[in-house]
Design a protein around this ligand. Structure first.
Ligand code: NAP
Length: 307
């Protein structure tokens, strides 16, 4: 089996930036893109705050450009998901995609984070793809002239609501508190959008409908009063969970499951480095992920030079 100098797991801005830098440094990284390559940017429409694109750029185009750039310098990218790792021998790291084993001298972990769901334990999964979604950009167009809700009070919730208001006739933001945590410019856009209404102090406590989602049960977080709201669609925007299940027991994770960073982009395993949202519960921005992918690439080069 050929042992790679570097394996990169993840193909969002962190993984692909790491791939560009390490490919240019002649490390010929092998990039595992996963089964849903590109990460969260694939579900993003116009990105207006990624420097260098004054007219904005759509997420999938940005990702495709990054991949092409990495491949141009010799990165090998494959659409396989790594589901198991063994970091016991730090000089010979092993990873598996199903039964297929790969080995490497070093690894950059850039698996990102995934949207959180309500987890009501009341069969909510039966509405997945039938009105219950975590991606307005992907599914918004199915809700033309319909009534939809967005759960959350952060930037994501506001962004989802704004995207949905282009299609839906009415958009409710369902937020558990009495103020948004979204940035002020985002709040302003929401308040100025006539189709968007915020229902304050509301938890979604049940989803109802025969086949498609038809109604949600709301519980007032101040009074415990229960009410119902007819909705055709419900979009989740309550934060993210890091994609680290496959790393449990092999690398230090914090109590929320994010990878613990020891020093710059180093982990507790000397040959394993990290970039992007998988270790970043705070900033979660594409440009920050790209920057940390670059840092991981430079740190891995230093490691390989010394070893
Ligand atoms: P976030 O800022 O952590 O907000 C999550 C929201 O969901 C909060 O309002 C929170 O309520 C609510 N929430 C959490 N768990 C909940 C639950 N179980 N039930 C009901 N509500 C729940 O997450 P985010 O909006 O995804 O943003 C993450 C990061 O990405 C932030 O740094 C944000 O600025 C950034 N971002 C930026 C943009 C942009 O600039 N265009 C777009 C999207 C995201 P509480 O407020 O009560 O805690």
């Amino acid at each position: 089996m050929q042992k790679e100098k570097l394996i990169i797991i993840g193909s969002g801005p962190a993984g692909l930036t790491a791939a560009i830098y390490t490919a240019r440094a002649n490390l010929s990284p092998l990039v595992f893109e996963g089964m849903e390559p590109g990460g969260q940017l694939m579900g993003t429409s116009e990105i207006e705050n990624f420097p260098g694109f004054p007219d904005g750029i759509v997420g999938p185009t940005l990702i495709n450009n990054m991949r092409t750039q990495a491949q141009k310098f010799g990165a090998k990218t494959i659409f396989k998901e790594i589901d198991r790792v063994d970091f016991t021998n730090t000089q010979n790291l092993k990873v598996w995609s199903g039964e297929e084993e790969f080995q490497a001298e070093s690894i950059i972990l850039a698996t990102g984070a995934s949207a959180r769901w309500l987890n009501l334990n009341k069969g909510e999964e039966k509405f997945l793809g039938k009105g219950y979604s975590a991606c307005a950009t992907c599914d918004g167009a199915f809700f033309r002239e319909k009534v939809v809700g967005v759960v959350g009070g952060g930037d994501s919730a506001c962004e989802e609501a704004i995207i949905l208001s282009k299609f839906a006739k009415k958009v409710y933001i369902l937020h558990r508190r009495d103020s948004l945590r979204a940035s002020l410019p985002m709040q302003k856009k929401v308040f100025e959008d006539e189709k968007i209404e915020i229902l304050w102090n509301k938890d979604v406590t049940n989803l109802k409908g025969s086949v498609l989602l038809e109604e949600v049960e709301l519980t007032d977080t101040q009074t415990n009063e229960i009410s119902s709201l007819n909705l055709n669609g419900l979009f989740m925007a309550i934060g993210h969970t890091p994609n680290t299940k496959f790393l449990e027991g092999q690398i230090d994770l914090n109590k929320w499951g994010f990878i613990e960073i020891k020093n710059d982009t180093r982990t507790n395993v000397p040959s394993v480095f990290v970039g992007g949202d998988v270790s970043d519960p705070k900033y979660q921005q594409a440009i920050v992920a790209a920057g940390s992918g670059c840092q991981a690439a430079l740190d891995v080069q230093e490691y390989l030079r010394k070893h």
